[in-house]
Design a protein around this ligand. Structure first.
Ligand SMILES: [Zn+2]
Length: 192
Protein backbone atom coordinates (compact mmCIF):
# COMPACT_ATOMS: atom_id res chain seq x y z
CA UNK A 1 0.00 0.00 0.00
CA UNK A 2 3.01 2.29 0.43
CA UNK A 3 2.97 3.36 -3.21
CA UNK A 4 -0.63 4.54 -2.76
CA UNK A 5 0.41 6.99 -0.09
CA UNK A 6 0.68 9.92 -2.43
CA UNK A 7 -2.26 9.10 -4.65
CA UNK A 8 -4.20 12.19 -5.53
CA UNK A 9 -7.63 12.77 -4.08
CA UNK A 10 -10.50 13.65 -6.38
CA UNK A 11 -13.36 13.98 -3.93
CA UNK A 12 -14.04 17.71 -4.10
CA UNK A 13 -16.48 17.75 -7.00
CA UNK A 14 -14.64 20.75 -8.45
CA UNK A 15 -11.33 21.08 -10.21
CA UNK A 16 -10.11 23.85 -7.90
CA UNK A 17 -11.06 21.91 -4.74
CA UNK A 18 -9.24 18.81 -5.95
CA UNK A 19 -6.28 21.05 -6.66
CA UNK A 20 -6.41 22.34 -3.05
CA UNK A 21 -6.47 18.68 -1.96
CA UNK A 22 -2.97 18.11 -3.36
CA UNK A 23 -1.89 19.24 0.10
CA UNK A 24 -3.66 16.78 2.38
CA UNK A 25 -3.53 16.13 6.11
CA UNK A 26 -3.32 19.85 6.81
CA UNK A 27 -4.03 19.33 10.54
CA UNK A 28 -1.23 16.82 10.98
CA UNK A 29 1.72 18.51 9.35
CA UNK A 30 0.56 18.24 5.73
CA UNK A 31 0.93 15.54 3.09
CA UNK A 32 2.39 17.15 -0.04
CA UNK A 33 1.24 15.33 -3.14
CA UNK A 34 2.88 17.73 -5.59
CA UNK A 35 6.48 16.92 -4.80
CA UNK A 36 7.89 17.45 -8.27
CA UNK A 37 7.20 18.80 -11.74
CA UNK A 38 6.25 15.24 -12.77
CA UNK A 39 3.61 15.11 -10.03
CA UNK A 40 2.10 18.36 -11.28
CA UNK A 41 2.05 17.12 -14.87
CA UNK A 42 0.43 13.86 -13.73
CA UNK A 43 -2.16 15.74 -11.67
CA UNK A 44 -3.34 17.67 -14.75
CA UNK A 45 -3.42 14.41 -16.69
CA UNK A 46 -5.70 12.73 -14.14
CA UNK A 47 -7.77 15.72 -13.06
CA UNK A 48 -8.66 16.74 -16.61
CA UNK A 49 -8.80 13.20 -18.08
CA UNK A 50 -6.11 14.07 -20.61
CA UNK A 51 -4.37 11.46 -22.68
CA UNK A 52 -0.96 12.27 -21.25
CA UNK A 53 0.95 14.19 -18.59
CA UNK A 54 1.36 17.92 -19.12
CA UNK A 55 4.99 19.07 -19.28
CA UNK A 56 5.83 21.02 -16.11
CA UNK A 57 8.85 22.65 -14.51
CA UNK A 58 10.00 23.21 -10.92
CA UNK A 59 9.01 26.85 -11.36
CA UNK A 60 5.47 25.72 -12.23
CA UNK A 61 5.37 23.74 -8.98
CA UNK A 62 6.28 26.84 -6.94
CA UNK A 63 3.54 28.79 -8.75
CA UNK A 64 1.13 25.88 -8.18
CA UNK A 65 1.72 26.06 -4.40
CA UNK A 66 1.03 29.81 -4.40
CA UNK A 67 -2.17 29.47 -6.43
CA UNK A 68 -3.30 26.43 -4.45
CA UNK A 69 -2.98 28.12 -1.07
CA UNK A 70 -4.68 31.30 -2.32
CA UNK A 71 -7.63 29.21 -3.57
CA UNK A 72 -7.73 27.22 -0.32
CA UNK A 73 -7.98 30.36 1.82
CA UNK A 74 -10.56 31.99 -0.47
CA UNK A 75 -12.93 29.00 -0.48
CA UNK A 76 -12.43 27.57 3.02
CA UNK A 77 -15.54 28.04 5.22
CA UNK A 78 -13.38 29.42 8.05
CA UNK A 79 -11.55 32.05 6.01
CA UNK A 80 -13.70 32.88 2.98
CA UNK A 81 -15.57 35.72 4.72
CA UNK A 82 -12.28 37.61 5.06
CA UNK A 83 -10.70 37.30 1.61
CA UNK A 84 -7.18 38.70 1.32
CA UNK A 85 -6.51 41.01 -1.64
CA UNK A 86 -3.22 39.24 -2.24
CA UNK A 87 -5.01 35.91 -2.71
CA UNK A 88 -7.56 37.51 -5.06
CA UNK A 89 -4.67 38.98 -7.10
CA UNK A 90 -2.98 35.57 -7.40
CA UNK A 91 -6.18 33.90 -8.65
CA UNK A 92 -6.99 36.76 -11.03
CA UNK A 93 -3.50 36.80 -12.50
CA UNK A 94 -3.69 33.10 -13.37
CA UNK A 95 -7.32 33.25 -14.53
CA UNK A 96 -6.36 35.96 -17.04
CA UNK A 97 -3.92 33.66 -18.83
CA UNK A 98 -4.84 31.26 -21.65
CA UNK A 99 -6.15 27.93 -20.31
CA UNK A 100 -5.77 24.42 -21.62
CA UNK A 101 -7.38 23.80 -24.98
CA UNK A 102 -8.58 20.39 -26.11
CA UNK A 103 -9.40 19.57 -29.70
CA UNK A 104 -11.34 16.90 -31.52
CA UNK A 105 -9.37 14.01 -32.92
CA UNK A 106 -9.57 13.11 -36.62
CA UNK A 107 -12.38 10.63 -35.82
CA UNK A 108 -14.47 13.54 -34.47
CA UNK A 109 -15.12 11.47 -31.31
CA UNK A 110 -11.91 11.45 -29.29
CA UNK A 111 -10.52 14.53 -27.59
CA UNK A 112 -6.85 15.34 -27.45
CA UNK A 113 -4.96 18.08 -25.73
CA UNK A 114 -3.27 20.60 -27.95
CA UNK A 115 0.35 19.62 -28.32
CA UNK A 116 1.54 23.02 -27.07
CA UNK A 117 -0.30 22.63 -23.75
CA UNK A 118 1.68 23.69 -20.71
CA UNK A 119 1.38 23.56 -16.95
CA UNK A 120 0.83 27.34 -17.01
CA UNK A 121 -2.30 26.76 -19.08
CA UNK A 122 -3.35 24.09 -16.55
CA UNK A 123 -2.96 26.55 -13.67
CA UNK A 124 -5.02 29.10 -15.61
CA UNK A 125 -7.78 26.50 -16.04
CA UNK A 126 -7.74 25.77 -12.29
CA UNK A 127 -7.83 29.49 -11.46
CA UNK A 128 -10.83 30.04 -13.74
CA UNK A 129 -12.69 27.23 -12.01
CA UNK A 130 -11.96 28.98 -8.70
CA UNK A 131 -13.37 32.25 -10.11
CA UNK A 132 -16.54 30.42 -11.17
CA UNK A 133 -16.91 28.72 -7.79
CA UNK A 134 -16.23 31.88 -5.77
CA UNK A 135 -18.67 33.99 -7.78
CA UNK A 136 -21.42 31.37 -8.12
CA UNK A 137 -24.13 29.75 -6.02
CA UNK A 138 -22.10 26.73 -4.89
CA UNK A 139 -19.60 28.50 -2.67
CA UNK A 140 -21.93 28.29 0.35
CA UNK A 141 -22.01 24.53 -0.19
CA UNK A 142 -18.23 24.13 0.10
CA UNK A 143 -17.51 22.24 3.32
CA UNK A 144 -14.59 20.63 5.02
CA UNK A 145 -14.73 16.89 5.68
CA UNK A 146 -15.98 16.24 9.24
CA UNK A 147 -13.42 13.53 9.95
CA UNK A 148 -11.02 15.07 12.49
CA UNK A 149 -7.78 14.18 10.64
CA UNK A 150 -9.10 15.02 7.18
CA UNK A 151 -8.81 18.52 5.74
CA UNK A 152 -10.33 17.92 2.30
CA UNK A 153 -12.85 20.39 0.94
CA UNK A 154 -15.84 19.34 -1.15
CA UNK A 155 -18.88 20.97 -2.69
CA UNK A 156 -22.07 19.41 -1.41
CA UNK A 157 -24.42 19.14 -4.38
CA UNK A 158 -26.89 16.84 -2.59
CA UNK A 159 -30.40 18.18 -2.27
CA UNK A 160 -30.52 18.24 1.57
CA UNK A 161 -27.00 19.72 1.72
CA UNK A 162 -26.00 17.70 4.76
CA UNK A 163 -23.02 15.81 3.39
CA UNK A 164 -20.38 15.39 6.10
CA UNK A 165 -17.60 13.39 4.51
CA UNK A 166 -15.26 13.92 1.59
CA UNK A 167 -15.89 10.23 0.89
CA UNK A 168 -18.35 7.96 2.68
CA UNK A 169 -16.26 4.87 1.91
CA UNK A 170 -13.11 6.23 3.55
CA UNK A 171 -13.77 9.01 6.07
CA UNK A 172 -17.42 8.08 6.74
CA UNK A 173 -16.46 4.49 7.50
CA UNK A 174 -13.37 5.44 9.48
CA UNK A 175 -15.57 7.65 11.65
CA UNK A 176 -18.06 4.83 12.26
CA UNK A 177 -15.25 2.44 13.21
CA UNK A 178 -13.78 5.02 15.58
CA UNK A 179 -17.17 5.62 17.21
CA UNK A 180 -17.73 1.89 17.57
CA UNK A 181 -14.32 1.42 19.22
CA UNK A 182 -14.79 4.26 21.68
CA UNK A 183 -18.24 2.91 22.60
CA UNK A 184 -16.75 -0.55 23.16
CA UNK A 185 -13.98 0.97 25.31
CA UNK A 186 -16.56 2.89 27.30
CA UNK A 187 -18.54 -0.25 27.99
CA UNK A 188 -15.42 -2.20 28.96
CA UNK A 189 -14.54 0.52 31.50
CA UNK A 190 -18.06 0.46 32.88
CA UNK A 191 -17.90 -3.31 33.31
CA UNK A 192 -14.63 -2.75 35.14
ZN1 LIG B 1 -12.37 13.16 4.53
Amino acid sequence: MAQDKFDFRFRGGRLCLDFAATLGGRYRGGVERLRSADDLGRWFHLALSLERDVPATAQNVTAAYELREAIYRLVHPKTRERPALLDIDVVNAWAARPGLVSELGSDARSVTLRSDSTAEAGLATVARDAVDLLSGPWLVRVSECAFPDCSLLFVDTSRPGQRQWCDMKSCGNRFKVRQHRSKARHEAVRRG
